[in-house]
Write a protein that binds this ligand. Structure first.
Ligand SMILES: Nc1ncnc2c1ncn2[C@@H]1O[C@H](COP(=O)(O)OP(=O)(O)O)[C@@H](O)[C@H]1O
Ligand SMILES: Cc1cn([C@H]2C[C@H](O)[C@@H](COP(=O)(O)OP(=O)(O)O)O2)c(=O)[nH]c1=O
Length: 234
């Protein structure tokens, strides 16, 4: 009798583990504004889609779900000048929470490969360091928001932040969002934040030289994915 109950409990435990196991792969792309993340993600999808074991879902932050895209509009609206740093951090975390629950977890559970244009490291660098709120504080609210989900791999697109902003200004000079409008010191601080993360998480975050040509950045990214995420490929 006792044995039978133990068996039933064991069977349930195995099943529960199965529900919790996420079969897909989660890759995030990070770096200063204008580093080329969106451009390279698009190129990677074109080049890799026929070679991966599952479809690639491309998503972005802030955004990636209806509610998160609405929050994005509030955060990035240049008119919202009075927004305080804590509100900003909480709004990014709120947008991320909805994104994780509605988009990322279901895709991973379906075995998909998720490419996210920015994730938690953006908050650690921009709000934690850029806004001086502290890495640990931002980590805490984001762990709550994301149910502790962490990317399997993160590509950090390394570019002098001022060069990144120049790239953006070249294509849309009059259309800067609230974060892009921040001064050079802010963007420089964000960059040092990313460098801190790079040395704190060397296993997860891999550096790509984003100042190279688009073709070279794509090729470096493919090499990193092939080396560190071999199971993603057929
Ligand atoms: N390696 C590169 N060299 C030169 N220009 C680039 C490179 N990568 C992207 N760009 C250009 O820089 C601008 C910003 O790129 P984007 O992909 O939107 O950056 P991000 O998503 O990181 O903000 C775009 O006009 C894009 O065409
Ligand atoms: C996800 C995230 C983005 N950001 C900032 C980075 C960008 O300046 C802005 C997102 O705007 P976006 O236009 O998506 O920038 P990019 O093309 O460079 O990815 O929000 C944060 O400050 N914290 C965050 O957690």
């Amino acid at each position: 009798m006792k044995k039978a109950r133990m068996g039933a409990f064991f069977a349930f435990y195995i099943k529960w583990q199965g529900w919790c196991v996420m079969k897909g792969y989660f890759i995030s792309f990070e770096g200063p504004d204008g580093a080329g993340k969106t451009t390279i993600i698009n190129e990677l999808v074109q080049q890799l889609s026929s070679k991966t074991i599952a479809p690639i879902l491309v998503t972005r932050e802030p955004g990636g779900s209806k509610i998160s895209e609405n929050i994005r509009k509030i955060i990035l609206d240049p008119k919202n000048k009075e927004m305080n740093a804590e509100t900003e951090a909480l709004l990014y975390a709120a947008a991320r929470s909805q994104h994780v629950i509605e988009t990322i977890i279901p895709a991973l559970n379906a075995g998909k490969i998720v490419f996210s244009d920015r994730f938690i490291d953006s908050s650690l660098a921009y709000q934690g360091i850029g806004r001086d709120l502290g890495i640990d504080e931002i980590k805490q609210i984001n762990e709550f928001a994301t149910r502790h989900i962490t990317p399997d791999l993160t590509l950090f697109f390394d570019i002098d932040p001022l060069k990144g902003l120049q790239r953006i200004q070249k294509v849309r000079p009059e259309n800067e969002d609230r974060l892009e409008q921040e001064n050079n010191l802010f963007h420089q601080k964000v960059y040092t934040g990313y460098k801190q993360l790079l040395s704190a998480y060397p296993e997860r975050i891999k550096r790509v030289d984003a100042e190279l040509s688009i073709a070279e950045v794509v090729s470096q990214s493919v090499k990193i994915l092939e080396e560190y995420m071999p199971h993603m490929f057929k």
